[in-house]
Ligand binder design. Structure first.
Ligand code: 3H9
Length: 655
């Protein structure tokens, strides 16, 4: 087998080239290849060494698929230390993304250059880990404690220019990365530059309080997570102990994290997310349709957010509303959202203006005659949706994709309103649609394969995480929410308070407890939906008695200042004895005896409700795989990624 690492001696420079598609991950073969190449370079006539990569990127990290298995020698820390110890100057030349162990290889080198488009980062924290090949010790020596903590605890990559500014990269090279790297090595040799070892440099001065400050901040920002705190410990060791001792602290923490539950969950989630983008049963040669223009029907909150998602990806949007006034209102919400993005520093003013310029409005469906895709995003009225699809059938060009944004409706029934059901698909965005990453792509019985493939690809283009769902009431996410909500109501009647339920779930890791979510969504929404149902369809009255009573007392949730909580002017929820009384009375009326309920019971019953519905969804083939359900819950419902998603957690906890 040929090695994924190639070594050549060119113009007195030993060039080590890693070529391990798709992302040059540091598999065992790459690690061995690097060691062999270093051996060769040690012995030959080279005067300096260049490390560079083939393909789309520099090394993107350790090979995550090898984690959790016995590690084969040579280990990555050994390689990085060996690179740094080399007697000849070593230069790393970076393109694409140098991430994790990949960037640590570059940090082991004595000099680093990058093309301007490159990014570097230490994203291990997103896998529940920390940089385990010297990254926690070398980064603060080069960039200072604060920049190092930010890079490693956020896991977010930084652009080459920023990396130069903080001292992690020495220079930007123009043109081809290999040529640029070679030219710089020649320059360094001409200057007589020798090895420059980061481990021999001191950590720059910093405030002593920075570590405790970071710990306190992360306890809030990364509630419940162990890796960010361990990173702070390692950086503190870098600042207070010798390099060798610091490496030891890093190693011990790395191994502890690698063997822990959180990293196992996050590693599962990494692959689940990538797997979710794949559609089972599609022929490998399934084509996609070009989507270079989009029409959106309905300029409400959802329609506007969806329009922004496309415009932000450079795809022009025509927004359709029923009247000039409604259109104006919709466009002004979009203006406000863009202004908000600029204010929060998410978009530059120029970029926001350029995106906004891609959104135009119309009140006549004729404006949609030439678009490649239409997304209908009007409110959840099946008859209105069908009427719209009939109209679209009349005006849209052949081959246009017709999508309905819906949380619950029957996509097949909507498709049947057209003469081209194969072109119809469901796209369930999450609110706010320009921010939330999840997109449920609903595959109708007749949806064409290339329509589905196009939606999956398009989702990536508009920076969403797509998951395929079959047709059922509520699809994957909202269908599971129903038993979760019902179980929440039963817990209240049995004796838990809203603040206890939310507190238990938030402490466990949910971004928001269920009752705060209901208050945010508005209790009147469910109330109105129930009005249309028969008693039999509504199910056990205990599962909706309390919210009914709250709506009847004009407690509609956050928007009316009171729901399961009362809200102050800053929209902070406060427990309300009046709600406790409503719950107690409802329990008495329904003959339910109240008791003390533990937090553990709350978590097990609520997550258990998600898991058992998730299993039904899998059995019915609504979700392709259990990892897809995990992706839906993490990206759409604030489920903690470090618990792996409900299905992963349910399996591990035997729920
Ligand atoms: C680490 O380095 C620990 C060290 O500190 C210490 C060690 C002692 N391994 O995302 P994509 C696969 S921890 C194995 O769709 P993109 C991925 O599964 C690591 N496989 O592409 C997919 O496979 P498939 C720190 C990997 O262009 C294919 O490559 N590094 C790895 O959207 C394409 O991936 C990271 O956490 C890997 N490291 O994004 C970086 N990376 O086609 C993780 C990717 O079969 N990776 N694959 O589904 C990324 O962030 C993105 O993949 C990247 C490319 C930005 C590189």
């Amino acid at each position: 087998m040929t090695s994924p690492v190639n070594y050549t001696l060119t113009d007195e420079i030993g060039v080590i080239t890693v070529d391990n598609p798709p992302v040059n991950a540091l598999s065992h073969a790459v690690r061995q290849g690097l060691m062999d190449a270093l051996d060769q370079a040690d012995k030959d006539a080279s005067r300096a060494i260049l490390i560079v990569c083939e393909g789309r990127t520099f090394i993107a990290g350790a090979d995550i698929s090898e984690f959790g298995k016995p590690m084969q020698e040579p280990s990555l820390p050994e390689i990085v230390n060996r690179i740094e110890a080399t007697a000849k100057p070593v230069v790393a030349a970076i393109h694409g993304t140098a991430l994790g162990g990949g960037f640590e290889v570059a940090l082991g080198a004595h000099y680093r250059c990058a093309v301007a488009t490159a990014k570097v980062g230490l994203p291990e924290v997103k896998l529940g880990l920390l940089p385990g090949a010297g990254g926690t010790q070398r980064t603060p020596r080069l960039a200072g404690v604060e920049a190092a903590l930010e890079l490693m605890t956020s896991g977010a990559p930084i652009a080459a220019a920023r990396a130069v500014a903080v001292g992690l990269i020495d220079r930007i090279v123009d043109g081809d990365v290999r040529e640029g790297g070679m030219a710089w090595v020649q320059e360094l040799l001409a200057e007589g530059a020798g090895p420059r070892r980061t481990s021999e440099q001191p950590v720059p001065d910093h405030e002593a309080a920075v570590f405790d400050g970071a710990r306190a901040l992360l306890a809030k920002k990364a509630r419940g997570q162990v890796a960010p705190q361990a990173i702070v410990d390692c950086v503190e060791a870098a600042a207070t102990r010798s390099f060798a001792e610091g490496l030891q602290v890093e190693r011990e923490n790395f191994i502890k994290l690698m063997n822990g539950e959180q990293s196992a969950a996050l590693r599962h989630f990494f692959f689940a997310e990538r797997q979710a983008a794949k559609v089972d049963g599609l022929a490998p040669d399934t084509g996609t349709r070009p989507v270079e223009s989009v029409g959106i029907i309905g300029g409400g909150t959802m329609g506007g957010g969806i329009a922004m998602s496309f415009a932000n990806a450079g795809i022009p949007v025509t927004l359709i509303e029923i009247s000039d006034e409604a259109l104006e209102r919709g466009l002004s919400i979009i203006d406000r959202n863009y202004a908000g993005s600029v204010k929060r520093g998410k978009l530059s003013e120029d970029k926001a203006a350029a995106c906004r310029a891609l959104i135009s409005g119309a009140t006549d469906y004729a404006a949609l005659s030439d678009v490649d895709m239409v997304i209908e995003a009007v409110f959840e009225d099946p008859n209105l949706k069908k009427e719209i699809f009939k109209k679209l059938d009349g005006v849209c060009k052949a081959g246009a994709i017709l999508a309905t944004h819906t949380s619950y409706q029957d996509v097949d029934a909507i498709a049947a309103a057209t003469s081209r059901p194969a072109d119809v698909v469901g796209t369930h965005f999450f609110s706010p649609a320009h921010i939330m990453k999840l997109l449920e792509v609903v595959r109708g019985a007749k949806t064409a394969d290339d329509v589905l493939a196009t939606c999956m690809q398009l989702a990536k283009r508009i920076r969403k995480v797509p998951v395929v769902s079959g047709v059922c009431y509520g699809f994957i996410g909202n269908r599971m929410l129903q038993p979760y909500g019902q179980q929440t109501q039963l817990l209240l009647l049995e004796g838990a308070t809203p603040e206890q339920v939310d507190g238990a779930m938030e402490k466990w890791g949910m971004a928001m407890g269920p009752l705060r979510v209901f208050d945010l969504a508005g209790l009147d929404v469910g109330y109105k939906a129930r009005e249309a149902l028969s008693d039999e369809e509504k199910g056990d009255p205990a599962t909706y008695r309390v919210p009914d009573l709250l709506v009847e007392a004009e407690r509609l949730g956050q928007k009316s200042g009171a729901g399961f909580y009362t809200y102050d002017e800053n929209r902070r929820p406060n427990p309300d004895p009046a709600v406790h009384e409503i719950i107690r009375n409802a329990a008495a009326e329904l003959g339910i005896e109240q008791r003390t309920i533990s937090d553990e019971e709350i978590v097990n019953r609520l997550i258990g409700a998600l898991v058992s519905e998730g299993r039904k969804i899998l059995d019915e083939g609504i979700a392709q795989r259990s990892g897809d359900i995990d992706v839906v819950y993490v990206y759409g419902y604030g489920f903690p990624a470090w618990r792996g998603g409900p299905m992963f957690y349910g399996e591990a906890a035997s729920l």
